[in-house]
Design a binder for this molecule. Structure first.
Ligand SMILES: CC(C)(COP(=O)(O)OP(=O)(O)OC[C@H]1O[C@@H](n2cnc3c(N)ncnc32)[C@H](O)[C@@H]1OP(=O)(O)O)[C@@H](O)C(=O)NCCC(=O)NCCS
Length: 346
């Protein structure tokens, strides 16, 4: 019934039409081809990183599965090292005919990723992943409030927010410093070499994924401990009206690099006049985050730390993930993985 194959560059228009009609009207990939190409076009192979299911009779696309290999942002990384699944959609009338499964199997059979992962898995897809024996979980959401603000506009707290101002350990030898592309290329090699958790990223990945993003502006900081660089932090400022939030979207280095940084985060919040700093992640040591001054948002703690800014929505968002890492293999998942930190509005 269906021809299942990887999308060629010439399938671009049909793909965009499918996204517009069956995924979301005026999705950013429909209004901004530059972003679609940046995230999914594999120029070397002349194809889009999408598996498509074409109904043979009508020659129309009935289902798509987008994926983002780690190699999209560093060609030195093998394509099969890791793939994040992105849009996975079968037209309503074609559901339940195994097309979704065929798309996924085709991705696994052709790209043969060592690791397959997804960030922001839908409630519907979680049982499908579990049935395949893949691990699923929920990202923890950590935050630090700006202690100098008492009248917050972005967040909701029961009180002035002071009850969430914690006292992490301060290490006076540690500081964060802005990093340029050259700093990342020349001064952070040890942090990348020490990566134990999957996926293992590279300086080029960080530069292409973040510093050369076509729309978003990211700021990268190095964590300096005396004369040594012990970690790399990627941030992006989100704003709504006159209010701002600093989002940590990626982190390279052992989680212990984070401890003792509370004073640095507080200064950053004050300097950028931001209400909060937040960090969605899985796989980063909770104690190290606590001793960095973070609080973990918990169900029922009465605080709302927004995630969506395009458009802004004053609500908590839970982000579920899937990874098929073998048992015993540690992994780290952050908000910058897959397409979770992607522009949604132009
Ligand atoms: C998820 C989706 C792509 C699956 O496509 P599909 O063609 O309907 O699914 P299939 O018929 O191939 O079924 C795939 C497997 O999931 C199971 N499945 C299908 N729908 C299910 C549901 N609602 N709950 C639990 N399992 C389900 C099937 O039994 C099948 O299992 P099997 O491989 O062991 O036989 C499709 O339902 C869809 O477009 N959903 C909306 C968008 C979405 O949630 N996408 C996922 C995250 S972006």
């Amino acid at each position: 019934m269906y021809e299942i194959r990887l999308a060629q560059e010439s399938d671009g228009n049909a793909l965009v039409q499918f996204i517009d009609e069956h995924w979301r009207k005026n999705h950013i990939f429909v209004t901004c081809k530059e972003l679609l190409d940046w995230q999914h076009l594999d120029r070397t192979r002349g194809r889009y990183n999408f598996v498509i299911g074409i109904e043979r009779q009508t020659q129309t696309i009935h289902g798509v599965l987008g994926f983002i290999p780690l190699s999209q942002f560093d060609p030195e990384i093998e394509i099969g090292r890791l793939c994040w699944m992105a849009i996975w959609k079968v037209r309503d009338e074609a559901r339940g005919n195994k097309l979704g499964r065929y798309l996924l199997s085709h991705l696994e059979d052709t790209i043969k990723p060592d690791i397959l992962s997804t960030v922001a898995a839908s409630a519907m897809s979680l049982p499908i992943y579990r049935a395949r024996g893949y691990q699923t979980g929920r990202l923890s959401h950590y935050f630090i409030l700006n202690p100098e603000i008492s009248d917050y506009h972005l967040i909701i707290t029961k009180d002035s927010g002071q009850s969430f101002v914690t006292a992490g350990a301060q290490d006076t030898n540690k500081r964060i410093e802005k990093a340029s592309e050259t700093d990342i290329t020349n001064g952070t090699a040890d942090c990348f070499l020490l990566q134990k958790d999957l996926p293992r990223k590279s300086p080029i990945y960080l530069i292409n994924r973040y510093l050369r993003h076509p729309i978003y502006r990211y700021q990268i900081y190095m964590i300096r401990d005396g004369m040594k660089t012990t970690g790399v932090i990627v941030t992006r400022v989100c704003s709504y009206g006159m209010s701002r939030a600093i989002r940590i979207v990626d982190f390279i280095g052992p989680s212990s690099a984070l401890s003792g940084l509370q004073g640095q985060w507080t200064s950053l919040l004050k300097n950028l006049n931001a209400e909060y700093l937040d960090f969605f992640n899985a796989g980063i040591d909770d104690e190290d985050l606590m001793s960095s001054g973070f609080t973990r948002r918990e169900t029922g703690d009465g605080i709302v730390i927004p995630n969506y800014f395009e458009p802004f929505s004053k609500e908590n968002v839970e982000i579920d993930y899937m990874i098929n890492a073998p048992a015993g293999q540690t992994y780290r998942t952050v908000k910058g993985d897959s397409d979770q930190d992607r522009p949604n509005l132009l």
